[in-house]
Design a protein around this ligand. Structure first.
Ligand code: SF4
Length: 347
């Protein structure tokens, strides 16, 4: 048996039972692929079901209010994915017969669909003969061929593509891609791969070198940027002022309290009363625990104000007990859900 037959046979015995595997309908397949970008399967599963319960078809999703899509997405991070989901649904729903294109090239024209996602949707929904190169495939192939260059470098990715092209079975595109993904996710794992159970160990170069975990090769790590926010929780007549974040930064499009300061330097020492004409009482200033994103470490404090007059700041006034209706960064929803502080704004 060659590489692909071994992997596919292994898959027939060990495959994970995932709901988007039991269909050829591109809508749930696409939804699952967008959800699983930067998200683990176990975390993404309830979101997948929740989305389908709320929006069972592409056309239904196209009519969804953006705020509700963000709300369903809350806790997953990388909110651009949610925005692109909606953009793609609207683009496709405008067609006389809304449907997904069936080639990777055409799929890539849609928002949020990169080379891997396009290849995966085309293979899973339409059996298009394209290898899908995700993190699992990269790990297996770099180990199997002992590829010496990081996959983030052009040379490393070129070698992965060439290697995978030779091992790929175009007649069983969907099966091969799914098999390789599950193989990487459950057997050839990032740490402690189970080489003793592996059907391709005899021809695996990293196994022969006794160093599977040395692949894929890594780029030197960059330290996370530290960022310091001061939020103003402005409460007036049991409503709180929220503003929508811009699309060009972290938490794109989510809602937050107005920001007094946003700095890569600690403690810019701005005083709310000096910077803004606020009329009322500063009830409390709270320092939140550091919040980790993929490339940034966020230090945030929140000034809680009970105002006697509305301030001259644009935004949306939302009842203090209904903030959960809008999509907000996890940092702020955690703060709002913390019962220790809720007496300061819920009466
Ligand atoms: S032998 Fe080990 S490193 Fe090589 S493919 Fe199998 S599980 Fe991965």
């Amino acid at each position: 048996m060659n590489f692909s037959s071994k992997i596919i046979f292994w898959y027939s015995l060990n495959k994970r039972d995932l709901p988007w595997r039991n269909t050829r309908d591109p809508y749930p397949i696409w939804l699952s692929e967008i959800l699983l970008q930067q998200t683990r399967v176990a975390q993404g599963l309830p979101y997948f079901h929740n989305f389908l319960d709320n929006y069972p078809t592409l056309v239904a999703l196209a009519k969804a209010p953006e705020e509700h899509v963000f709300r369903l997405w809350e806790g997953l991070g990388y909110y651009n994915r949610a925005r692109n989901l909606l953009k793609t649904a609207k683009i496709l729903a405008q067609k006389p017969y809304p449907h997904f294109p069936n080639t990777p090239e055409a799929l890539r024209q849609l928002p949020g669909i990169g080379p891997y996602t396009a290849a995966a949707i085309a293979a899973f929904a339409f059996d298009y003969p394209s290898p899908a190169i995700d993190g699992n495939a990269i790990r297996v192939i770099t180990r199997y061929l002992a590829i010496d260059h990081p996959p983030q470098k052009a040379l490393g990715m070129e070698q992965i593509k060439l290697g995978l092209q030779k091992l790929f079975d175009p007649k069983q595109a969907a099966l091969f891609n799914q098999a390789l993904m599950d193989f990487g996710a459950t057997l050839c794992t990032p740490k402690k791969p189970q080489c003793q159970l592996c059907p391709i160990a005899a021809s695996c170069s990293a196994f022969a070198l006794k160093s599977p975990e040395a692949f894929p090769k890594k780029l030197p790590k960059k330290p996370k940027k530290e960022r310091h926010f001061t939020f103003l929780m402005l409460i007036y007549q049991q409503k709180v002022l929220l503003q929508q974040r811009s699309e060009k930064d972290i938490w794109a499009g989510l809602w937050q309290f107005p920001i007094l300061s946003d700095s890569f330097l600690p403690d810019p020492k701005t005083q709310a009363t000096k910077a803004l004409p606020l009329k009322g009482e500063l009830v409390k200033t709270l320092q939140l625990p550091p919040h980790l994103l993929s490339h940034q470490k966020i230090h945030a404090n929140i000034q809680i104000w009970q105002l006697s007059e509305p301030p001259p700041i644009e935004g949306r006034w939302v009842p203090t007990n209904q903030t959960s209706r809008l999509g907000m960064p996890r940092l702020l929803t955690r703060f709002l859900e913390n019962e220790q502080w809720q007496h300061l704004w819920l009466h």
